[in-house]
Design a protein around this ligand. Structure first.
Ligand code: CA
Length: 237
């Protein structure tokens, strides 16, 4: 169960969302405008926010920027108009974790929220670059940044795309076990993508890119034929 804030000025949509998410077991608070959202965020602790961008009094982007100053790690999913490509980009740049375009399917919203909250519940989330859980190479040789899409090799940041980051996160959390192609493809569905539908062929390209980007890190992404990928410590690490 998570404590969620839904910020939406459309009353029907707001009520529908909160009913649906309450039924899924979450504790819900709602705000009908941006100022009310900021007041609630100041007064209470939330696990995640669903934020409409077009809001009265204080617009959604401003809410997002202000909450990011104080709460850099709070998961935020923004709702944008279907043709609002610029909004979407601005929202992601302002620190949204994911987005949905209206009209959206409630099942999809639930799935995106779940995946966002799961990513956020990594231990030490919000504390900046920290050792990732169950990293095969213990110590500070390399680590996955739990907040931003990047890894650290020693003191050097390695920028990752969202998909590379989600893939690596999955491998780290199941390190020593095979991660199936299906698991990666379904995790990607919950991530803000660079492109549309991903295929197994695309997965090979991403794995190849990750290996290259992390060539200096003491890890090895092994291809287990017919099954998937396995993260292990590099020989001699
Ligand atoms: Ca609106």
């Amino acid at each position: 169960m998570a404590h969620l804030l839904i910020v939406e000025d459309d009353e029907l949509l707001r009520d529908g969302l909160s009913a649906q998410l309450a039924r899924a077991g979450h504790r819900i608070d709602t705000a009908a405008d941006g100022q009310q959202a900021l007041d609630l965020l100041q007064a209470q602790a939330f696990d995640g926010v669903v934020l409409d961008l077009g809001l009265p009094r204080v617009d959604g982007l401003t809410v997002l920027r202000r909450l990011r100053e104080r709460l850099p790690a709070l998961p935020v999913l923004i709702l944008t108009a279907r043709d609002g490509v610029e909004d979407r980009v601005a929202g992601l740049n302002a620190g949204a974790d994911d987005y949905l375009t209206k009209p959206f399917n409630l099942d999809e919203l639930r799935a995106r929220l779940q995946s966002m909250l799961r990513r956020a519940s990594l231990p030490a989330f919000g504390a900046g670059p920290v050792p990732a859980p169950a990293t095969p190479a213990a110590g500070s040789a390399w680590r996955l940044d739990p907040v931003l899409p990047r890894a650290w090799v020693g003191q050097d940041p390695v920028e990752l795309t969202q998909r590379e980051w989600v893939l690596l996160d999955l491998l780290v959390r199941q390190s020593g076990q095979v991660v199936s192609r299906e698991d990666v493809l379904s995790a990607w569905q919950g991530a803000p993508g660079e492109a549309g539908g991903a295929t197994s062929n695309a997965l090979e390209v991403y794995v190849h890119r990750l290996r290259r980007k992390l060539a200096d890190a003491p890890l090895n992404i092994r291809n287990v034929r017919g099954l998937g990928y396995l993260l292990e410590a590099a020989p001699g690490a």
